[in-house]
Design a binder for this molecule. Structure first.
Ligand code: PEP
Length: 256
């Protein structure tokens, strides 16, 4: 079974939520609840919470990620944070190309690729987000859009480097809207991304790639989504802010 060739990962994307004391409280609540998880557990937190999260997760199975990084190593980029700065702290993952970055902050396929390059060079593991808008889906160009985003993000990435990458398929119309893709829709596009990667690299590389679904995944719908053959866990926004909900999703993935 191909699913056994890769690790399922449940990653929380906290977005712009939680002060430091709130972050610490959530992590302390979460730690014992997910301690025995057989899947990867990651929390991607605001920059201001990274140190708190790294300290609070020490010795646990929870890995810490950032929500973005700049492509330059350092320099005159006021307000930005570089990949080496994150790596030096001990951060392991970084979300790149999230649709909110593309929508509100001018992120493009080209800048996503530059950030991917910078993250890999610094030793970080990128969680690359791809996904279509409702207009794209209604125009029947979902595969084209997601294919272009995937190829652009992976431009210049070697097969060896691909082992440190996660792709998150996140239909834009499902993020924070309460509208979830059906399990079939999620699997169909995750499988398509895997096929694109197989053509770019090899079947072996594609079989080993973790491809998550993200978009209003919650404690109730997670089991069906993560049980799909090409869905290897999820990127979780809203539901990652409540320890019992996030834990339920982790539990579903352990069975998926
Ligand atoms: C996300 O932010 O990546 C996400 C999937 O959000 P939500 O789960 O809230 O839809």
């Amino acid at each position: 079974m191909n699913k056994a060739l890769r690790q399922a990962v449940i990653a929380g994307n906290w977005k712009m939520n939680k002060t430091r004391p709130e972050a610490k409280a959530l992590i302390e609540e979460l730690k014992p609840m997910v301690a025995n998880a057989k899947v990867g557990v990651v929390i991607c937190v605001p920059f201001t919470n990274l140190e708190t999260a790294l300290e609070a997760t020490k010795g646990s199975n929870i890995k810490v990620g950032a929500e973005n990084c700049h492509w330059a190593k350092s320099g005159a980029f006021t307000g930005e944070i570089s990949a080496p700065m994150l790596a030096e702290m001990g951060v392991e993952y970084v979300v790149l190309g999230h649709s909110e970055r593309r929508q509100y902050f001018g992120e493009t396929d080209v800048t996503v690729n530059r950030r991917v390059r910078a993250a890999l060079d610094a030793g970080l593991k990128p969680i690359i987000c791809v996904g279509e808008t409702l207009e794209h889906r209604e125009a029947n160009i979902t595969e084209m859009v997601v294919g272009v985003q995937t190829k652009a993000a992976l431009e210049g990435v070697t097969a060896e480097e691909l082992k440190n990458i996660i792709i998150a398929y996140e239909p834009v119309w499902a993020i924070g809207t309460g509208k979830t893709a059906t399990a079939e829709q999620a699997n169909e596009v995750c499988k398509y991304v895997r096929d694109v990667v197989a053509k770019l690299y090899s079947k072996e590389a594609a079989d080993g790639l973790t491809i998550q679904y993200g978009g209003s995944m919650n404690a109730k719908n997670a089991a069906e989504l993560v049980a799909q053959p090409d869905v290897d866990g999820g990127l979780i926004g809203g539901a990652s802010l409540k320890a019992p909900d996030f834990t339920e999703i982790v539990r579903a993935a352990c069975q998926g």
